[in-house]
Design a protein. Structure first.
Length: 434
C-alpha cells in the first residue's frame, strides 16, 4: 500500500530524541512527615543568640538575688531621705517661682489680684516664732490661750537674720523659728531694742527668701497696706487695711522715740513682729499689737526706715545704743512761731511750724559743744527735714554714736549750720564724773 509522503514520519536526526522520548524532570516523591513534624513552621527560624550568663543556673540566681537584696536595703535607707529632700526642693522651687513672678505682676496688676500677689511676694519671708521657757495660758486657744512667746517675724537678710518684736522673745530660754515647708530651726538672739520693741534673730540661711525693704517715708495717708503673720498660731495669715496716720507718738514723755504708723489692718495676738507691706510687697513696717479696748480696729507698726537702722546697728554691734545730744525739744505752736519770728506760710497768716523748738540745753553736753542754744529752732538734722520734736528724737536716736551730723537751726531771724558729734549717754555720764 502506497503511503503519502506528507504523512511519513520525519527522519530522525542523529543525537535527538523523538517527542515521545523526551525525558520528563525527575520529581522526587514526597517523604511522609513524621507525626511530631506536622505543625512545624514552613520557615526556618533564626538561631537564638547564645546567652552570656554564667553557665551555672544556680550561681546566676544567687548573684541576682544578692544584688536585689542589697539594692532594697540601700533604697530603704536612702529613698525616704531623697523623697523628703525632693519634696522640699520642689516646694521651695515652686514658692520661689511665685515669689519672683509676683514681683513682675505687682508692677502692673488689677486691684482684685493685688492681695493674692502681695501674699505670694511677701509670704515666703514670713516666719512663725515660738519661745521656750515662758508660761502658757490655759484658756481657749481662740481667746488668747497661746504661749506668751508666740509671735511672727520676717526674714530681712539672706544671711539668716530675722526681725521681730522684742517683747516676743524677751526672757526666752530657747527660740524656735518655723520658716514654712515643714522646717523648724533653732534661732539665737543677736540683740534687741526695747524702745522700738524690735529684736534681731539669727537662723540657718539655707532656703530663705528675704523680704525687700520699702520706704516708709514714701507712704501716704490712705495708702493700702497688708499685715502678715501667724495670729493664734495660724501660719501666714494676711489682712488688709490702709495707712490711717503717720508719726504717731504713743510713748510716754520720757521715752518719746516711739514713732508709729497707724493702720486699720487687723492685728491679733501672734501678728506681733510680722511685716507690714505695701502694694509692691515691700516691707514698710513691723507690726506691734496694741492691747486695749481703746485701740479696737486700730493697729500700729514701727516704720521700716526706723526698723532698718535698728537692724543694721544690732547686726553690727549686737546692741542698739542711742546717741545723746543733750537737749529738751518741743514741737512748735502758732504762739511760739509769732514769738520767734518764724517765716509765714503763703497765706501770710500762719507760721511755718516745721522744726523742733529747743527748750533747754544740758550743760557740757554734745549740743552745748556744738553751739546749740535754748530758743533755737532745729530745722534739719543730718540732711533730714525735722517736722516736730518727736521726729527729732528719732533722727538723733538713729544717728550712730561718734559720727558728725550737720544741724541747721533758725535763730534771731536767720538760719545757721552747726556740726554736732553724738556721744553715748553712759559715756557722757562717765565724763561728768571725772
Amino acid at each position: 500500500m502506497e503511503v503519502d509522503s506528507s504523512q511519513q514520519e520525519p527522519s530522525q536526526v542523529p543525537g535527538t530524541l523523538r517527542p515521545s522520548q523526551v525525558a520528563e524532570p525527575q520529581v522526587p516523591e514526597p517523604v511522609p512527615a513524621r507525626p511530631q513534624d506536622l505543625h512545624q513552621p514552613l520557615y526556618t527560624p533564626l538561631a537564638k543568640p547564645t546567652p552570656s550568663l554564667p553557665s551555672s543556673p544556680s550561681l546566676s540566681r544567687i548573684t541576682w538575688l544578692m544584688a536585689i537584696a542589697a539594692f532594697m536595703l540601700v533604697s530603704a535607707a536612702i529613698v525616704p531621705m531623697l523623697v523628703q529632700r525632693i519634696s522640699y526642693s520642689w516646694n521651695l522651687g515652686k514658692e520661689k517661682a511665685q515669689y519672683e513672678v509676683a514681683a513682675e505682676i505687682l508692677k502692673n496688676v488689677r486691684l482684685n489680684e493685688l492681695s493674692a500677689q502681695v501674699s505670694k511676694r511677701a509670704g515666703p519671708s514670713v516666719v512663725h516664732i515660738n519661745v521656750l521657757g515662758k508660761q502658757r495660758s490655759r484658756g481657749n486657744w481662740l481667746r488668747g490661750g497661746l504661749s506668751e512667746g508666740q509671735g511672727s517675724g520676717v526674714v530681712v537678710d539672706a544671711d539668716g537674720y530675722v526681725l521681730t518684736n522684742a517683747h516676743v522673745v524677751k526672757g526666752a530660754d530657747g527660740i524656735q523659728v518655723s520658716i514654712g515647708r515643714g522646717r523648724v530651726v533653732p534661732a539665737t538672739l543677736v540683740g534687741s531694742d526695747e524702745l522700738t520693741d524690735l529684736a534681731v534673730l539669727k537662723i540657718q540661711p539655707e532656703g530663705l527668701m528675704p523680704i525687700t525693704w520699702g520706704d516708709s517715708d514714701a507712704l501716704d495717708t490712705g495708702a493700702m497696706v497688708w499685715a502678715l503673720g501667724s495670729p493664734f498660731g495660724l501660719d501666714r495669715s494676711i489682712t488688709f487695711g490702709i495707712v490711717s496716720a503717720k508719726h504717731r507718738w504713743l510713748g510716754p514723755a520720757d521715752r518719746p522715740h516711739k514713732d508709729y504708723l497707724q493702720t486699720d489692718a487687723a492685728v491679733n495676738p501672734g501678728n506681733s513682729g510680722g511685716p507690714l507691706v505695701d502694694a509692691k510687697g515691700e516691707l514698710v513696717g513691723i507690726t506691734t499689737a496694741i492691747v486695749g479696748e481703746s485701740y479696737q480696729g486700730i493697729s500700729f507698726a514701727v516704720p521700716s526706715n526706723v526698723a532698718r537702722v535698728v537692724f543694721e546697728r544690732i547686726r553690727k554691734h549686737g546692741k542698739f545704743e542711742r546717741g545723746f545730744l543733750g537737749i529738751e525739744p518741743r514741737s512748735l505752736t502758732e504762739e511760739l512761731g509769732k514769738e520767734l519770728g518764724l517765716p509765714l506760710n503763703d497765706d501770710m497768716t500762719t507760721y511755718q511750724l516745721n522744726g523742733a523748738y529747743v527748750f533747754r540745753v544740758t550743760e557740757k553736753s554734745p549740743a552745748a559743744a556744738a553751739g546749740i542754744q535754748s530758743g533755737d529752732v532745729i530745722l534739719n538734722w543730718g540732711g533730714r527735714v525735722v517736722r516736730d520734736a518727736s521726729e527729732l528724737y528719732n533722727l538723733i536716736g538713729n544717728t550712730e554714736i561718734g559720727t558728725e551730723a550737720t544741724v541747721r537751726i533758725f535763730r534771731d531771724g536767720e538760719t545757721h549750720e552747726l556740726t554736732a558729734v553724738l556721744e553715748g549717754f553712759d559715756e557722757w555720764q562717765r565724763k561728768l564724773r571725772r
